[in-house]
Design a protein around this ligand. Structure first.
Ligand code: SF4
Ligand code: SF4
Length: 249
């Protein structure tokens, strides 16, 4: 945690240090709808965290399956820093149009922000035309490849059988590739429409993946990872704390 955040309880006002912006982009809520409608934030600058996917809950300090779908501003270059943070100026490039979460955040007294977590959040459907044919593809993807892998990881760890998980990971990629080609989607737009690929959610779970010819992903159980995966079975979501599973970017 950056020094400024560590000492944040001693602050009484924002020093505009940018530490919060470097810790990750904000989740959007319904107050932010017009920011997207007016073009201040584009769809392809958002990544969907699907219901059930692991995400960092600042209220508990733990990685937990998120109870509702979330839309989050992407990071920069695969890192954590919010896409809209300009390092050179140490400033937000959309400051006048920053999301509600950024306006509420006072790192020295986080209670107001913590009270809003998972409340009133935007979903993909809020940002899409109800007649858009892509909705049927999102629905097909959700049915075929749900975001919550916890139970399946637990079963896989117990049995050592990777076949169901492998089939799911490949179905996820196949749907993405097919729809991306048919609709001419960018990778960034794919992140908004379908969230993170399932295989990217496996990092640190004890299951390794390799990408072969034609983007075909194969999974293997890491010898030291099996026991970890087994511990997923029957635990409460909050007990995922000490896992190496990363939160969604
Ligand atoms: S709210 Fe963010 S920018 Fe302001 S002092 Fe805290 S960490 Fe720094
Ligand atoms: S939108 Fe602006 S204020 Fe909010 S996290 Fe990103 S850079 Fe920081």
């Amino acid at each position: 945690m950056p020094e400024t955040m560590t000492n944040s309880r001693q602050c009484r006002q924002c020093k505009q240090c940018g530490a919060c912006c470097r810790k990750g982009g904000p989740i959007l809520n319904r107050e932010d709808l017009n920011l997207v409608r007016q073009g201040h934030i584009r769809h392809d600058q958002l990544v969907t965290i699907r219901q059930g996917e692991l995400g960092y809950n600042p209220a508990t300090g733990r990685l937990e399956p998120v109870p509702v779908e979330l839309l989050k501003i992407c990071g920069q270059g695969g890192g954590w820093t919010c896409l809209f943070f300009a390092e050179e100026e140490n400033a937000c490039t959309i400051y006048a149009h920053r999301p509600a979460t950024c306006r509420i955040l006072q790192c020295w007294q986080p209670e107001a922000l913590l009270a809003t977590i998972y409340q009133n959040t935007l979903r993909r459907l809020d940002l899409l035309n109800p007649r858009d044919p892509i909705l049927a593809e999102i629905n097909r993807h959700e049915q075929a490849c749900p975001g919550n892998l916890t139970e399946l990881l637990a079963d896989t760890g117990r049995t050592g059988d990777l076949s169901r998980l492998t089939a799911l990971v490949r179905a996820d990629l196949a749907i993405r590739a097919e729809v991306a080609q048919r609709f001419g989607l960018s990778l960034a737009m794919e992140g908004f429409l379908f969230g993170r690929p399932l295989f990217k959610q496996l990092a640190g779970s004890g299951i390794e993946w390799v990408e072969g010819a034609g983007g075909k992903v194969s999974l293997t159980l890491h010898p030291e990872g099996i026991s970890f995966v087994c511990t997923l079975k029957g635990i409460k979501s909050g007990e995922l704390l000490n896992s190496a599973l990363p939160p969604a970017p």
